[in-house]
Write a protein that binds this ligand. Structure first.
Ligand code: NAD
Length: 359
């Protein structure tokens, strides 16, 4: 039989090859294993699918089996099309809040199933809470029954809320400054409770959980209508419009390119030292939203400038964290990893993807 090929867009293929180089030893540990990816049609989870499927073709002597599960609430089936018909890649349309009835033996679970964009979780607060609380419990039960070797939960830097200034950059031992009643609480608080569930299953049932707190990860494949700030600004710039900022532009974030984040998460998935621990995954280059807008304009070559506008959604800025920067000390003591892709380079790659550039 002829070797199966991949049909990934060139930039994503290049990203995946980079991840395979960065995380080669960790990927080798997944040889012959079965990995369930919840939320597989989402932006970040689809990068796990691409990486494992590509590793099967090019790196692993014994392929791993990848089970892709999604309810397509915000995920896009097109993201997974390159792997349709591939041996060892299986697709399940399921909601993690319903009984899972999974018959396969699962060695590793990567749980990235949640509504993730503020615009969407404010529209679907109960679905967001259910995926993170009921869904996480179901997946943890599966890991417990199956005695899985690793459970990676994609929590969020949002669990820190709006950190007090003495806790910036923020390390994992910061307890957070979070509203339990505001419009963001459905996401922040359900992520916090999901972390508590993970730690309870670790302590009571030895489920080897690893909690990841991603800080604003972006890259090729993010939906342009996702409502998060990077695709919003890129969309404005590509349409040669003024970039609209729904704030004074002074709040800060730290943006992490997808290859850096996925490499770190794969290294942690198979690392026993990470069991029962939470890790910040991000880039510690802090930038204002205004600087992000200017950088997007520069990379696109748009000359329309920026415009500060009040959002018609009055809850848009409520409880909005003012500064967000990860302290990377803990992860860097655990794995040999550092974020490598600077913001302008990551944006250039992301924009190339949207423009369909081949080089
Ligand atoms: N991208 C980031 O910067 C970032 C930052 C912090 C946390 N995270 C977390 O990482 C995970 C992936 O985020 P993303 O940015 O790729 O978002 P995404 O919206 O692209 O992906 C999430 C996926 O989960 C699926 N999903 C949602 N509810 C589900 C359910 N009940 N059952 C099955 N599937 C369901 C969606 O359809 C989607 O495909 C999420 O848990 C998110 O909270 C992401």
């Amino acid at each position: 039989m002829s070797k199966q090929k991949n049909s990934l867009p060139p930039i994503i293929l290049d990203d995946v090859q980079q991840i395979c180089t960065n995380a080669a030893w960790a990927l080798k540990r997944l040889e012959g294993k079965t990995i369930l990816i919840a939320g597989a049609a989402g932006f970040l989870p689809s990068y796990f699918v691409h990486t494992l499927a590509y590793a099967n073709l090019e790196m692993l002597k014994r392929p791993c089996k990848v089970i892709c599960l999604d309810n397509f609430r915000t995920g896009k089936a097109e993201r997974l099309l390159p792997w349709k018909g591939h041996k060892n890649i299986k697709f399940l349309t399921k909601d993690i809040i319903k009984p899972l009835n999974i018959k396969d033996d699962i060695d590793y679970i990567i749980h990235g199933a949640s509504i993730a964009s503020p615009v969407w979780y404010r529209k679907f607060p109960l679905e967001t809470i259910d995926a993170n609380v009921i869904g996480t419990r179901r997946l943890l039960d599966l890991a417990r029954v199956q005695k899985s070797a690793g459970f990676l939960y994609l929590s969020s830097s949002e669990i820190y809320g709006d950190p007090l200034k003495q806790f910036i950059p923020t390390s994992e031992d910061y307890w957070g400054n979070v509203s339990s009643t505001g419009p963001r609480a459905c996401y922040d608080e359900s992520k916090r409770l999901a972390e508590t569930l993970c730690m309870t299953y670790y302590r009571q049932f030895d489920v080897p959980v690893k909690i990841i707190r991603p800080f604003n990860v972006y890259g090729p494949g993010l939906r342009l209508d996702d409502g998060r700030v990077v695709p919003d600004f890129i969309k404005n710039a590509l349409e040669k419009k003024t970039i609209t900022i729904f704030s004074n532009g002074k709040v800060t974030r730290s943006f992490c390119y997808v290859t850096d984040a996925i490499s770190a998460m794969i290294m942690l998935l198979t690392n026993d030292k990470a069991d029962g621990e939470a890790f910040n995954v991000g880039n510690d280059e802090e930038v204002t939203i205004f600087k992000l807008a200017k950088t997007v304009d520069e990379v696109v070559g748009n000359k329309e400038g920026v415009n500060f506008v009040e959002n018609s959604d009055k809850a848009y800025l409520k409880d909005n964290p003012q500064r967000r920067v990860p302290n990377l000390g803990k992860i860097q003591k655990t794995i040999d990893w550092t974020p490598r892709i600077p913001l302008a380079e990551g944006l250039r790659r992301t924009i190339c993807f949207y423009k369909g550039d081949k080089e």
